[in-house]
Unconditional design. Structure first.
Length: 257
């Protein structure tokens, strides 16, 4: 509600963004105001079709800053790799892009080595009824504690037994980032990298660094990262020549060519 009022009044200041990532937020006032979607649109109009990689693509529409652009004009991309480990979300994602040759949907999570890992998810229907609000299947994590934190945020009085009944384990396949790119036929680095993994974003960016994969533009969700990790990721990207911006939830940036 507060964000809608601020937008209506033309107020662009975010105290949460300042508190969560001051090293980015205090710099961005000296730069042109550019949303991540604006950067993607520029790449689509550049004459050279970009490549896109989304880690944590969900269903391709929910809280997705590029989903509408990709769905409206997939021919503007040479290749898009959409990675999502959860079965229900992946089913909606793959149905959305069925028959679109430029888009490769991969049901997996990203890790340093291939194999399987337990992914913690919520029983959506039961959790929605318990919390009195719709629970997205975007709420999933390799860290069980993240789901505990979410449940306690919305219901501070929830018992351990109630949480145990709502949190489920879903074993998912994992592949390395370089393997995922190879599966989709994308030569590193991709032009555009979008990461939304409920607090695992810093680990994904660390894997990018280890593999020397630096896309031209990147967005990641920083609101679930711990303060020290936010600073580490921001410094890593700034040192690689990215110009960064941030709002209350996400940080994004681009490298000048």
């Amino acid at each position: 509600m507060i964000r809608r009022i601020k937008r209506a009044l033309g107020i662009d200041f975010s105290l949460k963004a300042l508190m969560r990532n001051p090293s980015i937020y205090l710099r961005q006032w000296r730069m042109p105001k550019r949303r991540f979607a604006d950067l993607v649109q520029d790449a689509m109009a550049s004459g050279t079709p970009p490549t896109l990689v989304q880690v944590g693509a969900n269903d391709g529409a929910t809280n997705d800053p590029v989903g509408k652009l990709l769905q409206a004009a997939p021919e503007k991309f040479s290749r898009a790799l959409l990675i999502e480990p959860q079965g229900p979300a992946f089913a909606r994602l793959s149905a959305r892009y069925d028959g679109v040759p430029q888009v490769h949907c991969l049901r997996a999570a990203i890790d340093r080595e291939a194999g399987q890992r337990p992914l913690y998810v919520l029983d959506r229907d039961t959790a929605s009824a318990h919390l009195g609000r719709t629970v997205s299947d975007g709420v999933a994590s390799f860290e069980r504690g993240h789901l505990v934190w979410i449940l306690r945020t919305y219901d501070p009085g929830i018992s351990v037994a109630e949480m145990d009944s709502l949190i489920m384990t879903d074993p998912v396949d994992v592949v390395s980032l370089t393997e995922a790119l190879a599966i989709a036929g994308i030569t590193p680095p991709p032009t555009i990298m979008l990461i939304d993994t409920e607090g695992y974003d810093g680990a994904i960016i660390a894997m990018m660094a280890e593999a020397g994969i630096w896309p031209r533009m990147i967005q990641y969700e920083h609101k679930h990262l711990k303060p020290a990790e936010r600073r580490t990721v921001a410094r890593l990207l700034l040192d690689q020549g990215y110009r960064l911006r941030a709002d209350h939830a996400d940080a994004w940036g681009w490298r000048e060519t």
